[in-house]
Design a protein around this ligand. Structure first.
Ligand code: ADP
Ligand code: MG
Length: 754
């Protein structure tokens, strides 16, 4: 292992063949550093080495038996409990096939100078190739009770060879053992075999990247110590300390990335748009309602940002129905009246179209040209003051956008697909920003966190405008509340405005978990609502029916999850034969979807069966019941979004949750929806229960599980943020910390934040 360093490519590491190289690369592991930063997700404590005569089966204590639902399991496994490690010689070892279950049993007897014990392995017949009579081995595992006494069941094993004479050399037994996430066919056993020699070779030379003061102040392990202890800890306590060190390190890198992104953005130029108080008053007066205080405050923050000559980068966050659109429109109107263009991007065609209609109506007295551009359609609509909506060709629309005749262009991803060029774009508004894939978002608002190259680090739309040497302001909107820890990390380069109150007069939505036995009652209730000419949403987790399909794994629970197609059939034919039922899902063409949404909006349909495509933004005030099948399949924040589709009028609205999951935990989780209408609390709860990994599809960010976990820890997040802030204030380019700077660069290549 000579000449190995942290940057050595995996191809050059002895012992990693082509097959494993491929598997490692799939996990994004390319260098020695990547391997050493591939951390175990848990440990097995096999440090309890005992003489064989002391190995006893301890019957399960009564208190443990009481745990509900587990008694059967315990009985089945004969009360497996204690984990022990023994060292001895193999007296005999043989394979045998059980007659009943076609299962391989490998049975062995191991002896030390105090006694002997039986060992049983299941379905690992290849073991007899490596483990032979007279071999000395370590074994670690659980003690079980068989017909003829205690035995070790499926223990981990480690042969004692010339190289492993001391317990220090052990990697699979006799100590605390790392267990890695088993992905891509990389076993923990294999990883230990690779990681250990690398550590032996390198750990003493790994230079510290964190500044000394930070290490001391936060009582962190040094890198060379931590990297060893996280893989092969001397105690569980040290394992925890190592984890803490790496959580800190990664959060700190994230903070450095987002804070320096923000600092760089502040140095960019953008169009300063003076606040036009008169215009705003006129607009607010033209609305059929009064703005809430929270809307006013957010609008003020945004308009203040627009006045600055550096680009705004703000997230407007507000629960469903809190009225974000109006606030964004105020910014748009100011920008347009100052003589510049605005782009408004939404995640779906339905939503883009709805915005187009809504914006057209709200700005009808303001003499503004509005265009709509979506992906698959080739006809576009543009509207001029007091004129009808007209269809124009895409070519013409693009021309009007380029020559600045168009004031605001509303659309889907089509807005960032190449051909669109703006004459003088000054403001980009991104609706439901969390719904955009990371790549799409990166293209639109690629955070300065990622690249230092000046041209690459600004959004495509922003780039378009740099022709004028000016970067547009960016306003993102989301209804998914962002827990504080995420606001300070992943979203750390954004300023936040919060609309934390709903317009007055909204009725509380009645939320219920409906037991399977009460399903018919719920249907009867729906019938009554339809009689009152109200409308119903039915949400299912899947699109397609699995009934007629072959080769489906009927054992998988996914096969039993309700689908839009099945429910549509059932509801339209059996349950509500007199009602008009339609279905909506992502596989339909934009035209079909649009027609179905239109029918529903115009009350031509009573029941709309849909996938989560209706989740975002859809506004149908006459809908009063949200029926959610397979509710356990969705996150709380998402369910809360669904619920927000109803309760948009003076009518009492309902959200009915259905689940087949018998798990107590599931019901507990869903119950949070009944007790809380606060999207924030629900999001925090989601984060707590499901972890950041599921949050907004956070897996895409490319940050480690360790940090996902520490994203629950506000104290740690604040500490790392303060540390990063302090260091960047003194040394924005990290010139005094070359190792840290290098590490940050490598880190940024790996992650994709907002
Ligand atoms: P969201 O924040 O979910 O995007 P919208 O902007 O779509 O919410 O607003 C939801 C509905 O509430 C719209 O029909 C809008 O016209 C209406 N609305 C917005 N602000 C107010 C307000 N201050 N008072 C009453 N209704 C409002
Ligand atoms: Mg909205």
């Amino acid at each position: 292992m000579a000449n190995v360093n942290l940057s050595t490519l995996i191809e050059q590491i002895p012992g990693i063949g082509a097959v494993f190289q491929k598997k490692l690369k799939k996990l994004g592991i390319k260098t020695v550093r990547d391997i050493l930063y591939h951390f175990p997700h848990r440990y097995e404590d096999f440090s309890n080495i005992v003489p064989i005569s002391k190995v006893k089966f301890h019957p399960v204590r009564k208190s443990e038996k009481k745990i509900k639902g587990q008694s059967r399991l315990l009985k089945f496994s004969n009360g497996v409990n204690e984990t022990v490690c023994v060292q001895g010689k193999i007296l005999e070892i043989k394979n045998e096939k059980t007659w009943k279950k076609r299962m391989f049993l490998t049975q062995a007897v191991i002896q030390d100078n105090t006694g002997a014990i039986k060992i049983v392995w299941f379905n690992q017949p290849y073991l007899t190739k490596t483990l032979k009579q007279d071999d000395s081995i370590y074994l670690a595992g659980k003690v079980a009770l068989g017909d003829d006494g205690a035995y070790l069941s499926n223990p981990a094993y480690e042969k004692i060879t010339n190289y492993k004479l001391q317990t220090d050399d052990l990697i699979h037994t006799g100590r605390i053992i790392p267990v890695y996430p088993e992905t891509e066919g990389l076993s923990s056993r294999w990883l230990r075999y690779i990681v250990k020699p690398l550590l032996v070779e390198l750990s003493t030379q790994i230079p510290e990247i964190l500044p000394k003061e930070i290490i001391q102040k936060n009582n962190l392990l040094l890198l060379k110590q931590a990297i060893w202890q996280i893989h092969f800890p001397d105690s569980m306590d040290l394992a925890k300390k190592a984890q803490k060190r790496f959580s800190f390190e990664e959060l700190f890198l994230i903070e450095l990335a987002v804070i320096s992104a923000k600092m760089r953005l502040n140095k960019e130029q953008s169009t300063a748009i003076p606040m036009d108080v008169k215009l705003m008053k006129k607009f607010v007066k033209s609305l059929p309602f009064k703005l809430t205080d929270a809307q006013r405050k957010s609008a003020w923050q945004i308009l203040k940002d627009l006045e600055k000559p550096c680009p705004m980068n703000r997230l407007l966050e507000g629960d469903v129905g809190s009225g974000k659109t109006i606030v964004a429109l105020m910014a748009a109107l100011e920008t347009i009246k100052a003589g510049y263009q605005v782009a408004l991007m939404a995640p779906t065609e339905i939503l883009a179209k709805q915005h187009f209609q809504g914006v057209s109506a709200l700005l009808k007295d303001f003499n503004i040209n509005i265009g709509l551009l979506t992906g698959k359609e080739d006809k576009f609509v543009s509207r001029k003051l007091k004129q009808e909506v007209i269809e124009i060709s895409r070519r013409k629309l693009l021309e009007k956008t380029k020559n600045s005749e168009l004031d605001i262009l509303i659309g889907t991803h089509a807005l960032i697909q190449g051909k669109v060029k703006f004459g003088n774009l000054a403001l980009v508004i991104l609706d439901e920003q969390h719904r955009f894939g990371v790549d799409q978002r990166a293209r639109l608002c690629q955070s300065q966190a990622i690249q230092t190259n000046k041209n690459k680090n600004i959004s495509l739309l922003r780039t378009v405008a740099t022709v004028r040497r000016s970067v547009p302001h960016l306003l993102s909107m989301t209804a998914t509340p962002i827990p504080r820890t995420l606001a300070l990390t992943i979203y750390g380069d954004l300023d936040l405005s919060l609309i934390d109150e709903l317009p007055k007069g909204r009725k509380k939505i009645i939320t219920k978990i409906v037991a399977p036995a009460n399903r018919q009652k719920a249907y009867n209730f729906v019938k009554k609502e339809i009689k009152k000419t109200r409308q119903i949403f039915v949400i299912c987790p899947r699109i397609e029916s699995q009934k007629d399909k072959e080769n489906i794994d009927t054992a998988s629970s996914w096969a039993n999850v309700k689908s839009v197609e099945d429910e549509y059939e059932k509801l339209s034919k059996e349950i509500f034969p007199d009602a008009k039922v339609e279905m909506l899902h992502g596989k339909m063409t934009p035209k079909e979807k649009e027609k179905i949404m239109k029918n529903f909006k115009n009350k031509k349909t009573d029941i709309l069966v849909s996938t989560s495509v209706i989740e975002v933004g859809i506004d149908v005030p006459n809908a009063t019941v949200m029926f959610i099948e397979g509710a356990d399949r969705f996150g709380l924040a998402q369910l809360h979004q669904f619920r927000g589709r109803v309760g948009r009028s003076k009518y009492q609205s309902y959200c009915l949750l259905f689940t087949d999951s018998p798990a107590v935990k599931t019901r507990q989780r869903l119950r949070a929806l009944i007790t809380s209408e606060d999207g924030f609390k629900l999001a925090e709860k989601d984060l707590e229960i499901r972890g950041a990994g599921d949050f907004f599809g956070a897996r895409q960010w490319g940050i480690s599980d360790l940090v996902m976990d520490s994203l629950k820890d506000i104290g740690l997040v604040e500490k790392t943020r303060n540390a990063a802030q302090k260091i960047l204030e003194q040394d924005p380019e990290l010139k005094n910390y070359p190792l840290l700077q290098e590490r940050l660069q490598k880190f940024q290549e790996k992650i994709h934040l907002e």
